[in-house]
Write a protein that binds this ligand. Structure first.
Ligand code: FES
Length: 158
C-alpha cells in the first residue's frame, strides 16, 4: 500500500473515477444481459398453442371470456375487441374507420364512442352517427379446443 496525495491507495487499486467507471460498466453490462435474456425469453415463449394457432393469431383461453365479457388484445399491433355474446365469440377492430382513432366501449349506452370526432357505433359495430364511413371491421376469430384464436388470415373459401 502506498500513500498518494493524502489518500490510501493499494497497489493495483484504481482511482475513484476508474472505480465508478468500472461499476457503471458492470451495471450497464448486467442490464444489457438481463434485457437480452428477457427479450430472448419473450421471443422464444409460445404465444399460443403451436399446433393450433395459425401465423398472426392471438390465443386466449375460452374460459377467460365469460358471457358478455369484452377483452382487448393486440393483433399485429392493432387493438381488437373479443366479445362472447349470445351468438358466440366475435372480434372486431377498435380502430375507427374515419381516421383510425381507438374507439371505446360505453357499457351503459351499449355503444362504441370515438374520442376524436365523436363517431358512434352500435354494439355490432354499425355506424350510428358522426363521420365514420364504414362499420368497425370484423376480425377473423375461431374457437378450437377451448382456445379463442383471433386474427390471422380469414378461413379459405371454396
Ligand atoms: S377518427 Fe373516429 S370519428 Fe374521426
Amino acid at each position: 500500500m502506498r500513500r498518494d496525495s493524502g489518500g490510501d491507495v493499494s497497489d493495483g487499486d484504481v482511482s475513484d473515477g476508474d472505480v465508478s467507471r468500472r461499476a457503471w460498466l458492470e451495471a450497464v453490462c448486467g442490464l444489457v444481459g438481463w434485457v437480452g435474456l428477457q427479450a430472448s425469453e419473450i421471443a422464444c415463449a409460445p404465444k399460443s398453442p403451436p399446433d393450433k394457432a395459425r401465423s398472426g393469431e392471438v390465443a386466449i383461453p375460452l374460459e377467460s371470456l365469460a358471457e358478455d365479457r369484452r377483452v382487448m388484445v393486440l393483433v399485429a399491433g392493432n387493438p381488437v375487441e373479443v366479445h362472447r355474446g349470445p351468438e358466440g365469440v366475435v372480434a372486431r377492430s377498435l380502430r375507427c374507420t374515419h381516421w383510425g382513432c381507438v374507439v371505446r366501449w360505453k357499457p351503459q349506452e351499449r355503444v362504441y364512442l370515438c374520442p376524436c370526432h365523436e363517431g358512434r357505433y352500435d354494439e355490432n359495430g354499425a355506424v350510428l352517427e358522426g363521420p365514420p364511413p364504414a362499420p368497425l371491421r370484423a376480425v377473423p376469430v375461431r374457437v378450437a379446443g377451448g382456445v379463442v384464436l383471433v386474427g390471422g388470415a380469414p378461413p379459405a373459401r371454396n
